[in-house]
Design a binder for this molecule. Sequence first.
Ligand SMILES: *Cc1c(COP(=O)(O)O)cnc(C)c1O
Length: 386
Amino acid sequence: MVTAIHRPTWVSVDLDAAAHNLQEIREWTKAKKVYAVLKADGYGLGAIPLAKAFQETASADALIVSNLDEALELRQADLTLPIWVLGAWDYSDLKLFIDHDIVITIPSLAWLQNLPDFEGTLKVSLAIDTGMTRIGFDKADEISAAKKIIDKNPQLDLFSVYTHFATADEAGEKSKAYFEEQLRRWQELTINQGFDPSLFSMANSATCIWHHDDPRISFAAIRPGQLISGVNVSNGELKMPPNLHLERIFSVCSEIADVRFVKKDQSLSYGASERMPEDGYVATLPFGYNDGWLRRMQKSSVIINGKRMPIIGRITMDQTMVKLDRKYPIGTRVTLIGKDGGEQITVEEVANYSHTIVDEIQTTLAPRIKRIYTGDLAEVIGANYG
Ligand SMILES: *Cc1c(COP(=O)(O)O)cnc(C)c1O
């Protein structure tokens, strides 16, 4: 896997804006602690620079990733904040968790009961399954048994007791009822268990944004992920609160690599699926579906010179054609996501166009697209070197 550093196609990430967004959400939710979720390489934007920016500004109190390798990558980059791995994990890597001070998730009572002997201290988080039906405890007596085991074992250090909502970003009555049901189960499962409430963690991005004033939800430690990019995590299904001031932190850009004159009716690209509607100019752009700009984006638009221009013909693996309104020089800036002049393409628009969620668009941006970091913090942490 190689990043195309010489190719003029890039994702630009504003680290100051990212740190601002975390601080804003801390104030909005009055959270005591903010655990920044940076799984999937920081939702495609680069976990290491984001983590360093958060550590530098103390805007996060811990980092969350999805697997051990993502955690080790952060440790190797000298991140000293607590790091927590979500998801069930095998015992075979326990030593790596302990040696690198990484929090492991307890997915079930059986996992805890069969935990082999080890040396040192293991930090653990207790997953409570209130309705995701993915990992975690869904019976009060098993939670109480787990708590006894943890309390008795001085080698186990409880980091978090948490749950995850399935429908916090949805507006429908059924979704709201399911959210209520999960809350009811949380109360039933955790009440009278004697947990230190400062360990409770219940809020992902959507819960932070749209349920921030619900007194039944603990904001002791929040877990925002997608929200870090400042987008509407519901794809517009729910409105962003006007007094929550988040900034969009990234854009995706390229440059015209070639321009040609194409006659009316000439067909373009694989399958000859589209013809030129009139005589005119077509630009070839240096990105394709292998960069995450998937074939389903055919006929969507990009911005050139402050105007929308349509993608014409099938998107190929590495190159994409756009119908221009006139001839432009090679090297002209092309915006896939972001602003140019009075025009803007948001990641929500791209997600809606391709019938998916913003998370999928962001995490599909391929590692071969170079990431460029901006803002004062990029300089402070040396994000663009090495
Ligand atoms: C992914 C994830 C998060 C963050 O979710 P967002 O919706 O991106 O904020 C939080 N908690 C858990 C358990 C997750 O899997």
